[in-house]
Design a protein around this ligand. Structure first.
Ligand code: MOS
Length: 730
């Protein structure tokens, strides 16, 4: 199928209502006060002037906090809530909340809050912290931070590397990033008869409701989280946001609806972002390119709360290549920086910059084509595991990509076009295929329409449309007759739009629910007194069929006096996990042009070819993958949050934090090899939300090397990095 998103007309005409578009009679406005030091303790906060400022209703602080406690939920663990102590762990940390009659009054009053700190030194250098790094917590699958797989008779990874005829050893660095989603984190909270309704963009409405109920210590049934539209998330709205906690608690305390939104600058500090990494990779190979050993040691920055470690080596080298010997480690360096969290392809995105750059360096060392080198080491299962990939067509991705991109014309020395040095680069992309437990409700209505509903969220991925398409297929009716519903915690629990899981999770649940709905319909149709009483009935094309006649399901419902039939269906990962390994795969290609005199880098063309199982909506899939690839270019050439030695970010806004604009992005081409993976789930679809970013930064860096002969081992790559010899053709 290729379908325009059902919510597209609402979005492009501005009729889609996001969290802060909501207003209520008596609405009060909150403004978050943030710390102006990176590390220390708040000694005092003088709020006298703020409280006396026009329109101010309340000023909350650690000295006069809102009633909140740290929520702990099964899916997300603990989430930090503001104002509960006087510790400051990073610059721009929420430390107060001013509520007033208008937004401007709240903001003005917030500027009058005087804070006295007892400062402690900031710690912002990942490099300086390497020597005292701590072991990361166990990986998501429970494996320890350091692990190795060694061939029989091999004593250590060092021995395996020493025995390798060709060795490449290099250290790579990736920058801190902010999600910077279009919709800043915001919330409108209303209490009515002891029940809280919160409008706040989030990746899982029922998960948000659980966190809020837990933080406010109220019955989960008393919290209703609504987020039909979410203006971007990427992991940055996985947890309940600071404005949602504060608005909910202040609305309860004041007995009025409260709205709170972070300013754009506050989004850079008062949320959570991607950790910076340092990664050392050593590859050992035979002269024919066969990998003998991979060693991948990774250090990730994290906040003082050790909130999240970027699983770079676990996310890449652990699984990507066939190798007899493997050793990976994962360490963390706590710094006085904003919390770290999962961000689109956590681990795989920065990890693939390192691994896929190193593979390119090995190809250069071997004087071998980088595509050929990758295919020579194509794996049938992750190293050291006997569970084969359920369905892997990476070779096909590379074959299609190489032909379509004109890879055969690539010279190992690049080529020139006037004053432009032109290079081609490639990289592998992988992202694990996961799914989470999900429940979906299906309602057949007497007007011949059906509702497909799950709580979840569509953070711009196109999940709403996926519900309609898989619902239509499962009920054998046209998609126009499906009303999909999403983004409401009162609906059956759909879990989180995260981990590239939502299509597989909710799609499988739809395929469980639909036959139940049909069975119930058939039972009604054949019951005594019903139109097909006592007859053999079946279902096709939205109709109940029996010998000599048929009726639409709406006609049947009307005939038996029922307005609707409702069922739920649930699915969760199960036995398949013991039988196969699951991943999506891709081959990234890009062409860069480096100007001989200015050394500016332009990405003129890129192509991603992806193997993500069955594709439900080609148009949305293409958009997702393109978006990821563009973000990969952003990581390679633009993005990075700079933190000064005193802990203050120096570019925490969209003027200083560079992102690619249209003029930075040339041709983006996406191709899909569509092999349904029904070993993973009955829909046959694997995740594709995150894989688009994976490998792209390396493909750009590899193309820069091809064009110029300069190997840049950090991202973002800047003009300064290329103001060095050797630049070819000059
Ligand atoms: Mo996203 S990092 O899958 O929430």
């Amino acid at each position: 199928m290729t379908t325009t998103r059902l919510d597209a007309p609402l979005k492009v005409t501005g009729r889609a209502t996001y969290a802060s578009d909501h207003t209520f009679p008596g609405l009060a406005h909150g403004y978050v006060v943030v710390s102006t030091i990176a590390h220390g303790e708040i000694e005092s906060m003088d709020v006298t002037a703020a409280k006396g400022s026009p329109g101010v209703l309340a000023v909350y602080s650690p000295f006069d906090p809102l009633e909140l406690r740290t929520p702990s939920t099964a899916f997300l663990g603990e989430t930090w809530v503001p104002l509960q102590d006087r510790e400051v762990g990073y610059y721009g940390q929420p430390i107060g909340f001013v509520v007033a009659e208008t937004y401007e009054q709240a903001r003005d009053a917030a500027m009058l809050v005087e804070v006295t700190y007892r400062r402690r030194p900031a710690r912002t250098s990942l490099q300086d912290g390497l020597a005292t790094a701590e072991d990361a917590p166990p990986a998501m699958d429970g494996s320890p931070p350091s692990l190795s797989v060694l061939a029989d008779g091999v004593e250590s990874i060092e021995d395996a590397l020493a025995a390798s005829p060709v060795v490449v050893d290099a250290t790579y660095r990736t920058a801190t990033q902010n999600h910077a989603a279009m919709e800043p984190h915001s919330a409108v909270a209303v209490w009515e008869d002891g029940t809280l309704t919160v409008h706040s963009g989030n990746q899982g409405s029922d998960l948000q409701a659980q966190e809020l109920a837990n933080a406010l210590q109220v019955d989960p049934a008393a919290v209703h989280a609504v987020n039909p539209f979410v203006g971007g998330a990427f992991g940055g709205k996985g947890r309940t946001s600071v404005p949602a906690f504060l608005a909910a608690a202040a609305a309860r305390a004041l007995g009025r609806p409260v709205k709170a939104a972070l300013s754009r600058e506050q989004v850079f500090t008062a949320t959570a972002g991607r950790a910076a990494t340092v990664q050392r990779i050593t590859l050992g190979a035979e002269r024919d390119g066969t990998l003998v050993a991979i060693r991948h040691d990774s250090w990730s920055s994290t906040a003082l709360d050790r909130s999240f470690v970027e699983p770079t080596s676990h996310g890449t080298s652990r699984e990507w290549y066939s190798t007899r010997n493997l050793a990976i480690s994962q360490k963390m360096v706590p710094l006085t920086i904003s919390p770290t969290t999962f961000m689109r392809a956590p681990g795989e995105a920065p990890g693939s910059f390192a691994l896929e750059s190193a593979i390119d360096e090995l190809a250069v060392a071997l004087d071998m084509d980088p595509v050929e080198l990758r295919l020579r080491n194509n794996s049938t299962a992750p190293p050291g595991r006997d569970l084969q990939w359920s369905s892997k067509h990476l070779d096909e991705c590379f074959a299609i990509g190489a032909a379509r991109f004109g890879w055969a014309d690539r010279s190992p020395q690049g080529h020139t076009d006037g004053d432009w040095l032109v290079g081609l680069g490639t990289a592998t992309a992988m992202f694990p295929a996961l799914r989470f437990p999900a429940t979906v409700g299906i309602t057949l209505r007497d007007d011949d329409t059906a509702e497909v509903a799950t709580s979840g969220a569509d953070p711009g991925t196109g999940l709403l449309t996926v519900l309609a398409l898989i619902g239509a297929e499962s009920l054998d009716i046209a998609p126009e007759r499906i009303t999909p519903r999403l983004g409401d915690s009162a609906l059956p629990s759909g879990g989180m739009s995260g981990g590239s899981t939502a299509t597989a999770s909710t799609g499988t649940a739809i395929m469980v629910a639909a036959p139940k709905a049909i069975d119930e319909l058939l039972a009604l149709a054949a019951a005594p007194g019903a139109p097909f009483a006592g007859r053999d009935v079946s279902y096709a094309d939205g109709r109940v069929l029996a010998d000599g006649g048929s009726m639409t399901f709406g006609e049947v419902l009307r005939a038996v006096g029922r307005a609707s039939v409702s069922v739920t269906g649930s699915s969760a990962p199960g036995e398949e996990m013991t039988k196969h390994s699951f991943s999506s795969f891709g081959a990234q290609f890009c062409e860069v042009r480096v100007h001989r005199w200015t050394r500016e880098v332009r990405v003129s063309r890129m192509l991603g070819v992806f193997d993500a199982g069955r594709i439900i909506n080609r148009k949305a899939a293409r958009s997702q993958l393109m978006g990821g690839m563009i973000w990969g270019v952003s990581a390679a050439l633009h993005e990075g949050l700079d933190v000064d030695a005193d802990g203050r970010p120096s570019n925490a806004d969209l003027a200083g934090y560079l992102l690619p604009v249209n003029a930075d992005i040339g041709e983006v081409d996406v191709a899909l090899v569509e092999h349904p993976d029904t070993l993973h789930n009955s829909v046959g679809a694997r995740g594709l939300g995150e894989i688009g970013i994976v490998g792209m930064a390396a493909a750009v860096a590899n193309a820069v090397h091809n064009a110029t002969g300069v190997r840049v081992r950090h991202i973002p790559i800047t003009i300064e990095d290329l103001l060095v010899p050797p630049v070819r053709g000059s």
